[in-house]
Design a protein around this ligand. Structure first.
Ligand code: SF4
Length: 187
């Protein structure tokens, strides 16, 4: 199986989720959000194709990583490949964060049509959902660009059948509490 990426994997990121992370920059996004932070990742025929097994090998080669982050681009536009990567990451003890322009509720609706979306969602620990909205942009938001986006504890949300946010990431005060690591939500 192949995945279309926008660029090489990026290890040691500390801005794309909690801890030290390896970021998978998927290529292709159906939206054109004004102010998109990665407009070069929007076209579905750009970037490059790579074998998912090679991406897995590269993920396993990086040391001292807490998890992977599926970003883009739109990871849910390549659900099979991202599902493969998410399950692999979890099998080697890494947690999985995922950025998506879809809302959590839209992904649940998509899952009625094709269960690959649910399979991917079930293997994501933390979902940052929603499109970037320029007039809601703020630099006081941790791990997200605009205030409409939510940092969602996926496992809790699926269990409770409603969106459960990771509360410590939703404080807009840049005080010390904001930087306390949320406990208990990672595998
Ligand atoms: S969803 Fe993300 S990658 Fe896609 S256009 Fe919007 S900001 Fe850019």
């Amino acid at each position: 199986m192949k995945i279309r990426l926008a660029s090489n994997l990026q290890c040691d990121s500390i801005v794309d989720g909690e801890g030290m992370r390896t970021v998978v920059w998927t290529q292709g996004c159906p939206r054109k959000c004004p102010g998109c932070h990665n407009p070069e990742t929007q076209a579905f025929n750009e970037g490059f194709l790579v074998d998912v097994d090679d991406v897995k090998k590269e993920i396993s080669s990086y040391k001292n990583q807490d998890g992977i982050t599926l970003s883009g681009g739109e990871p849910f536009s390549q659900p099979e490949a991202c599902y493969e990567l998410a399950t692999y990451a979890k099998s080697i003890g890494l947690n999985v964060w995922c950025y998506t322009g879809y809302t959590y509720e839209t992904i649940l609706a998509m899952a009625y049509e094709n269960d690959i979306y649910m399979k991917l969602l079930q293997n994501v620990d933390v979902l940052i959902d929603g499109s970037f909205i320029m007039n809601l942009k703020s630099f006081n938001l941790k791990f997200r660009g605009s205030s409409n986006q939510r940092i969602i504890d996926v496992k809790e949300s699926l269990t409770e059948n409603k969106v459960i946010l990771v509360p410590s990431y939703h404080q807009v005060d840049m005080g010390s509490d904001l930087y306390q690591k949320a406990e208990g939500i990672f595998v």
